[in-house]
Design a protein around this ligand. Structure first.
Ligand code: 13P
Length: 280
């Protein structure tokens, strides 16, 4: 069933686990992620980032994501990741996304607060949730930019929460998008301070390459939504490559099945680590 992201994160706070937010690019990935969630009886979030719309147009993949959520036996929120323009955020809301992110992390805090509040008024008309980001997560969603990591200042998180009342807050604690060049050294001291001083469910971007132990530690220290993108794409690609290598692809529909399998295996692995299985 299609649900509001706010409700999933409130339950995750009460149950002390994190919900996986899986980026998808086509129907096969949507089917694979939903299959894992249904098998493990887990709530999940399906998401797509604005920079990916050149490959997967919002007017086509958006309704598909919403329909998949509506037809699922487990709670699924549909989220617009790293929204940059009001135009695309509005389009996602019109399509039926139950959550949108406004990424003003590159802006001065004042400006980020002002624009986040504007998006919150818009999302309110649809009863949709809003995620914002402060500090800078490294890299970029599609690998096109090498943004430097700038860890969130706990006092900024406090002010942001007070002045926006946002539903979910992405923070930067040494995490980065894409595959890490060396193992990430997450700043659990910053995370613990933000958790202590705020009440908003926190979001960890750049999930690919973070160790299971660190995921668990994050999920017990205020992180309630964990974004996974590159690992899904890599898992789908590997599944297809392995299937060709062991000659198990004899036609198009075997190729399609290998894609679904890659997304399914990756989502399953992460749901179990995040502790969201049997929480639907
Ligand atoms: P990864 O590509 O590192 O998994 O990051 C995903 C993400 O944070 C999407 O917003």
């Amino acid at each position: 069933m299609l649900v509001n992201m706010r409700d999933l994160l409130t339950d995750a706070q009460a149950g002390n686990y994190a919900v996986g937010s899986f980026s998808v690019a086509n129907m096969e990935m949507v089917l694979g992620v939903i299959k894992a969630a249904e098998e493990l009886n887990a709530p999940i979030i399906l998401q797509i980032a604005e920079v990916r719309l050149k490959q997967s147009p919002l007017e086509i993949i958006g309704p598909l994501m919403v329909a998949a959520a509506e037809n699922s036996s487990v709670p699924v929120a549909v989220h617009f990741d790293h929204g940059k323009t009001i135009e695309k955020i509005s389009q996602a809301l019109d399509i039926g996304f139950t959550s949108v992110m406004f990424d003003g992390s590159h802006l001065p805090l004042e400006e980020n607060i002002k624009l986040t509040n504007r998006i919150m008024s818009l999302a309110d008309e649809y009863d949709a949730s809003v995620e914002a980001e402060i500090g800078c997560v490294g890299g970029s969603e599609d690998g096109s930019e090498d943004i430097a990591i700038n860890c969130t200042k706990p006092e900024d998180a406090v002010r942001f929460e007070e002045e926006t009342g946002v539903d979910a807050l992405a923070i930067a604690i040494g995490n980065a998008h894409g595959n890490y060049k060396s193992a990430p050294n997450l700043r659990f001291d910053i995370l613990a301070e933000v958790e202590e001083k705020t009440h908003t469910p926190l979001v960890l971007h750049g999930g690919t390459g973070i160790s299971p132990d660190d995921f668990v530690k994050c999920s017990k220290t205020g992180i309630k939504k964990i974004n996974i993108a590159t690992a899904t794409f890599d898992s789908v690609e590997k599944s297809v490559r392995d299937s060709y290598n062991n000659s198990s692809i004899a036609g198009y529909y075997d190729l399609q099945a290998a894609e679904v399998e890659g997304a399914y295996q990756n989502a399953k692995k992460h749901i179990l680590i995040f502790g969201s299985d049997n929480k639907a």
